[in-house]
Design a protein around this ligand. Structure first.
Ligand code: MTE
Length: 327
């Protein structure tokens, strides 16, 4: 991945008071149960329009908020503008501003998801039905790209573990694989063989069951814009950002480790695990530090934390594994 530098004015950063007031307002809307638009509590209703308000809960978010705090780290969320205008989404081009420029043409309704493989429940489901079992909650996570930049992002979604409980992978399932939509007519990057399309990612089942692994439909309490991976994407906050696959249409439970896009493209640079690890440099650059998008001083860098600061939650998954070998 080529890293391009991009200057963001401090004025683009949403003041935290504005953000947190809005969160309280939206949470209030959910509690008040203001009618059909928000749906019944406990069922995800995701409007088709990017940026439309979402109904979600802050209760579980507050407890998770406490567990994700890393001492000494700036946890101020990046602004909507930063999060939605500095993206990697190669289906729309390789430049950081290409997704914001070209992704609006993608039609995210109707949308369906296919679940197959080693699971008790399989089939093809319209998005609305697929999402209906899950209550939405907010998670503010650090996000660390393998290119050594980072952000703090308030996502809205539901734990991947709940999805697994719904589809009931069998004892043969050791991995879960994800695929992005393949639609070159609306995704101009797919007309060029820069990657093997469709984009693919995967996790071990125990990683997918970890409570931090999150399926995302929103951002800042609003429907995810296309450049951020609408209508449904994965977020795995202890791994490099490329594991967090966007615009998912297929989920497959497998016995064998699935192939993944970036390890197919450059196996010596991007492994299957891709855990954030300051001690294992990328062959072409160090991973010891990162540049927080929007940091007041452009060249200021901060230390990268093991598992992106989530070691207490996830280190057990890799007991006994040599993380230099399984990078
Ligand atoms: N998913 C798809 N389908 N295509 C992509 O190019 N890029 C990945 C990941 N998911 C990518 C993708 C990479 S490299 C990163 S860093 C994150 O998305 C970026 O997510 P963001 O644009 O929301 O910050």
């Amino acid at each position: 991945m080529a890293s391009r530098l991009h200057r963001i004015a401090p004025s683009e950063i949403t003041p935290p008071e504005v953000f947190f007031n809005r969160r309280r307002f939206l949470a209030g809307a959910l509690v008040a149960g203001t009618g059909a638009a928000l749906g019944r509590a406990g069922a995800a209703v995701v409007p088709a329009a990017a940026g439309a308000p979402l109904a979600y809960s802050l209760d579980s978010a507050d407890s998770v908020g406490a567990l994700v705090h890393a001492p000494g780290q700036d946890e101020t969320p990046n602004s909507w503008e930063q999060i939605t205008h500095y993206n990697n989404y190669y289906e729309f081009g390789t430049g950081k501003s290409d997704p914001a420029e070209y992704a609006a043409a993608l039609q995210t309704r109707p949308w369906s998801l296919t679940v197959s493989g080693e699971a008790e429940v399989t089939g093809q489901f319209p998005l609305e039905k697929f999402l209906s079992p899950y209550a939405l909650e907010e998670r503010i996570y650090r996000f660390r790209c393998v290119e050594a930049w980072s952000m703090v992002i308030p996502w809205v979604g539901f734990p991947l573990a709940r999805l697994l409980k719904q589809f009931k992978p069998t004892s043969r399932a050791k991995y879960v694989a994800f695929e992005t939509l393949y639609r070159p007519s609306q995704m101009p990057g797919q007309r060029v063989p820069i990657l093997q399309w469709p984009y693919r990612e995967g996790l071990r089942i125990d990683e997918a069951m970890n409570r931090l692994a999150f399926m995302v439909v929103g951002l800042y309490g609003r429907v995810l814009p296309n450049q951020s991976g609408a209508p449904l994407r994965l977020i795995v906050p202890w791994k490099y950002g490329f594991k967090s696959i966007k615009s998912i249409v297929r989920i497959v439970f497998t016995e064998r480790q699935p192939q993944t896009t970036w390890s197919l493209a450059a196996p010596n640079e991007y492994g299957f695990y891709a855990n954030v690890n300051p001690n294992v440099p990328h062959p072409r650059w160090s991973q010891a530090t990162e540049r927080r998008i929007g940091a007041p001083l452009f060249h200021e860098r901060q230390a990268t934390l093991m598992f992106n600061g989530y070691a207490d939650e996830v280190a057990y998954l890799y007991n006994g594994m040599n993380l230099h070998e399984y990078f």
